[in-house]
Design a protein around this ligand. Structure first.
Ligand SMILES: Cc1cc2nc3c(=O)[nH]c(=O)nc-3n(C[C@H](O)[C@H](O)[C@H](O)COP(=O)(O)O)c2cc1C
Length: 201
């Protein structure tokens, strides 16, 4: 655990920059896990959470890709608010973000879809995400059929598959320190500026 303590003044005034600084520390230590995020959605007062991969972060927001007909997809369309948690134990940092959700454009989803391995593109067609399936062989048979159908062709973007972007109005950074006296700060959007405050850990 680091013995370097943080004050508000040590943080970037731009929370996206602070996120990217922390992310690059985490990525350096654990390249595979740094992109993992827990996404929480809420529908009819019932929260649900799952792991996803974050694909792109810039000043506009946090982008991820999924099946729009999955549980999270349906929940996000009906209630377009979400929260994310990044836990990076190799660098003792936790980041939380909260904000509003919108779908990415079809062009952006298409461009990401075609950057994926062909097997993952076929998989997006084969798997009815979050729906009961009878067996593993049901999925494997669908994969075989789809491989035949698209043999020698580009796999098109499924109409129910694409990206979302979470546009945060709240960030929280926690830098773990001894005896649970962690350095914990939030950023809240006030007009075009971000207000930063320290919180009890
Ligand atoms: C490491 C990891 C990464 C994952 N990445 C994604 C992802 O990027 N998109 C996705 O739809 N599901 C991803 N999943 C699967 C989700 O956790 C989840 O099981 C699935 O999306 C269905 O969730 P839902 O029923 O709440 O919609 C990932 C799972 C793990 C363990």
């Amino acid at each position: 655990m680091s013995e370097v303590y943080f004050e508000k003044e040590n943080l970037s005034p731009n929370p996206f920059e602070e996120y990217l600084r922390c992310f690059s520390l985490a990525k350096e230590k654990d390249p595979k896990a740094a992109d993992n995020v827990i996404l929480a959605t809420c529908y009819k007062n019932r929260p649900s959470a799952r792991t996803l991969l974050i694909k792109k972060v810039d000043n506009k927001g946090f982008r991820f890709f999924t099946n729009y007909l999955s549980r999270k997809g349906r929940e996000l369309v009906k209630n377009p608010y979400a929260a994310m948690v990044f836990n990076w134990p190799t660098v003792d940092i936790q980041v939380r973000v909260e904000g509003t959700i919108s779908k990415l454009s079809k062009t952006e989803s298409e461009s990401y879809f075609h950057s994926r391995l062909r097997g993952s593109q076929i998989g997006a067609w084969a798997s009815p995400q979050s729906v009961v399936v009878p067996s593993r062989s049901f999925l494997l048979d669908r994969v075989k059929e789809l491989e035949k159908k698209y043999s020698g062709l580009d796999v098109p973007l499924p109409p129910y598959w694409g990206g979302f972007i979470l546009k945060p109005n709240y960030f929280e950074f926690m830098f773990l320190r001894d005896f649970r006296l962690h350095d914990r700060f939030y950023y809240q959007k006030k007009g075009s500026k971000w207000k930063i405050e320290r919180l009890g850990p």
